[in-house]
Design a protein around this ligand. Structure first.
Ligand code: ADP
Ligand code: MG
Length: 231
């Protein structure tokens, strides 16, 4: 489904929260690489989609009412075969029904299992005085503890993206530290420009949260995404 259709469907349903599946479709269309992510409404569908994507896969609850999926027991990673997918499906549903009894659950998203990379966060928020700003930082525990993030007002150009990746305190981690693979910084910069371009041309986006993005020596991929629409 194209971006315009997803946005108008959400508006028709008087929703401001998009599902991860919708968010990744929109970001993918904006040129930002995301893990392949497909909705399964039943356990059998989850299996057949997993077989199409190829094991190992990840299953996650898909519900506009559950935005912190792990907290709900709604994320199962590294599922290696049909039996693992079937079990994960049942466990996710059981756990989420207890965690959020009134949640409207459309099913699970089935996604390719991304290899571990350098954890990055990217996003967009609206500042009361500056309007939309894009954000870049290191993900994982580091960002939670240190709040090591960089912001720029939309729209940004390549030079701004270069400044953003260069000014975080943990930038050495991007260059490869103590045997860790370096991150594809040029790709991350390109993703930031594409994020800014998307926000700039698309009215009504309140907030975007890509957490985590996994960055590799070559390339990077969005593993989880949230989009909130303006009320
Ligand atoms: P939450 O809604 O709790 O933020 P996430 O979608 O971020 O849920 O999933 C939780 C964690 O599971 C991620 O931080 C990441 O480490 C791992 N994960 C999620 N999706 C994938 C994936 N497609 N491939 C590999 N790891 C994943
Ligand atoms: Mg997440």
């Amino acid at each position: 489904m194209a971006t315009a259709e997803i946005l108008s469907k959400a508006r028709d349903q008087k929703r401001t929260v998009l599902t991860e599946i919708e968010a990744k479709q929109i970001l993918g269309e904006a040129g930002i690489p995301c893990t392949k992510t497909v909705l399964a409404a039943t356990r059998e569908e989850a299996v057949s989609i997993s077989e199409g994507i190829g094991y190992p896969v990840v299953l996650k609850v898909s519900s506009v009412d559950i935005s912190h999926k792990s907290d709900a027991g709604g994320v199962k990673v590294n599922l290696a075969d049909r039996a693992a997918v079937e079990t994960a499906y049942e466990e996710i549903m059981a756990s989420c029904r207890v965690y959020a009894p009134d949640a409207d659950i459309e099913g699970v998203s089935v996604q390719g299992m991304a290899a571990k990379g350098t954890e990055i966060i990217m996003g967009m928020i609206r500042d009361a005085s500056f309007g939309p700003v894009v954000m870049f930082g290191l993900g994982g525990i580091l960002v939670e503890v240190l709040k090591d993030v960089s912001f720029r007002i939309v729209p940004i150009e390549k030079a701004d993206a270069i400044a953003m990746t260069g000014e975080i305190q943990g930038r050495k981690l991007l260059e490869g530290y103590r045997g860790q693979d370096p991150a594809d910084i040029a790709r991350l910069q390109d993703m930031l420009v594409k994020l800014s371009d998307f926000v700039d041309r698309t009215p009504g986006i309140e907030e975007i949260d890509m957490n985590p993005v996994f960055a590799y020596r070559d390339g990077a991929v969005v593993v989880d995404a949230r989009i909130i629409l303006s009320p």
